[in-house]
Design a protein around this ligand. Structure first.
Ligand code: PLP
Length: 392
């Protein structure tokens, strides 16, 4: 057999997404795009700010020698400098441009970081529910993802993490604001979490990294603030992108930011830079680096997502759905009426509504609604959500 047995095994695990995609394509072919309410993927529906196209045109026309050529693997120095200034504000820490490594999206950054810190067979811990690509990302570099059950309200269960700690734990992934629940971890809990990691590291002798996966940092509502992790825990790396807040996921641009206080900083910077290169990206896309270098602090209008969140939450709460109102992101993670997420998702499909079962995020019994869709999709789906609810 030509394809590796390991990848064939993985293909089985990823069939849920494929199944959703196929079901959606079939429904759209049968009923027309406008009659299918597709909440299945986090592909932002809001167009990027006009400034994005303006800067794109400027650089497309500009005569810059070698503008499409290779550059240092960590990215253009001036772009890294501009991002370092922004991250310094976000993290309330003076961040040096050397600690910013431009990557192919947050996914690329996560892979470069995990490859830099995982020894073969190491574990990487994350709280459930979670973005399931983490499992593949850890596996790419010989690691194993271990998923820890959350505390009430999808908070971090610090005791459960402490029990799972050991000398083979290379990293903990913290994703806040959180896909799929929209939770933002509080500063108080993050401090307790960091203290727990310090205790564990002292016991096991192993340095544990926190990898903060933050592509939703700017997608927050009602004045919510995402705490800065650099001042709380020194061995922290932030991985992020412009995929969600500038609505450009197809452009594959993001970065890893390394805490200047991290132990062995220079080695870590060099490792992430090398890994960025050797996992095949070589460097982040040149033109996109130039654009984001001039768009620090810009984003799509978050009032749009807030409005969509409120419209969806009001509608579903009137029907009787049980959920935590998301403080950030464009995801809602309600309980599946009846408790069986697959059965409920199948029932919604009969109403031409596409959502993802919670088991796709290691949280059976729930389902995820990505509300980065046109208002008419939310409005049009309400009768179907009601009908399905009444059947359980
Ligand atoms: N992390 C989380 C939690 C995500 O939801 C996503 C995308 O949906 C990513 C990382 C990957 O983002 P990017 O497109 O920047 O690679």
């Amino acid at each position: 057999m030509a394809v590796s047995a390991h990848i064939l095994e993985m293909l089985k695990g990823s069939s849920l997404v494929r199944k959703m995609f196929e079901a959606g394509a079939q429904l759209k072919a049968e009923f027309g795009e406008d009659n299918v309410y597709d909440f299945s993927i986090g592909n932002p529906n809001i167009e990027p700010p006009a400034k994005f196209a303006q800067i794109l045109k400027k650089y497309a026309d500009a005569e810059i020698p070698g503008k499409h050529g290779y550059m240092p693997n960590a990215g253009y120095p001036d772009v890294r400098k501009s991002i370092a200034a922004w991250v310094s504000k976000e993290q309330n820490t003076a961040v040096d441009a050397s600690g910013i490594i431009m990557t192919s999206g947050a996914g690329g950054a996560m892979n470069a970081v995990l490859k830099s810190i995982i020894n073969y067979g190491d574990r990487v811990l994350v709280s459930a529910p979670c973005f399931m690509e983490y499992k593949f990302y850890a596996d790419n570099h010989g690691g194993k993802l271990e998923i820890i059950e959350p505390a009430e309200g999808f908070e971090l269960d610090i005791d459960a993490f402490e029990k799972a700690m050991g000398p083979d734990v290379a990293a903990v992934i913290l994703n806040s604001p959180h896909n799929p629940t929209g939770t933002i971890y509080s500063e108080e809990n993050l401090k307790k979490f960091a203290a727990m990691l310090e205790r564990s590291a002292a016991k096991t002798g192993r340095r544990i990294y926190i990898v903060c996966d933050e592509p939703y940092r700017k997608i927050v509502f009602d004045g919510a603030v995402v705490p800065a992790m650099f001042p709380i825990y020194r061995n922290t790396v932030v991985v992020t992108s412009y995929s969600k807040d500038l609505s450009i996921p197809g452009e594959r641009i993001g970065y890893a930011a390394i805490n200047p206080a991290a132990d062995d900083y220079d080695n870590l910077v060099n490792a992430v830079t090398l890994c960025n290169r050797i996992i095949g990206f070589v460097n982040a896309p040149a033109l996109m680096q130039r654009i984001v270098g001039e768009m620090q602090g810009d984003s799509v209008d978050m009032n749009e997502y807030k409005r969509k969140r409120d419209m969806l939450c009001d509608g579903l709460s009137d029907i009787g759905y049980d959920f935590h109102k998301p403080a950030g992101t464009f995801y809602l993670f309600p309980k599946a009426p009846g408790g069986d997420d697959s059965a409920f998702v199948d029932t919604l499909q009969k109403e031409r509504i596409l959502v993802v079962p919670g088991k796709g995020f290691a949280a059976p019994g729930y389902f995820r609604i990505a509300f980065c869709v046109a208002d008419k999709v939310i409005e049009g789906s309400m009768p179907g959500f009601r009908k399905a609810f009444e059947l359980f």
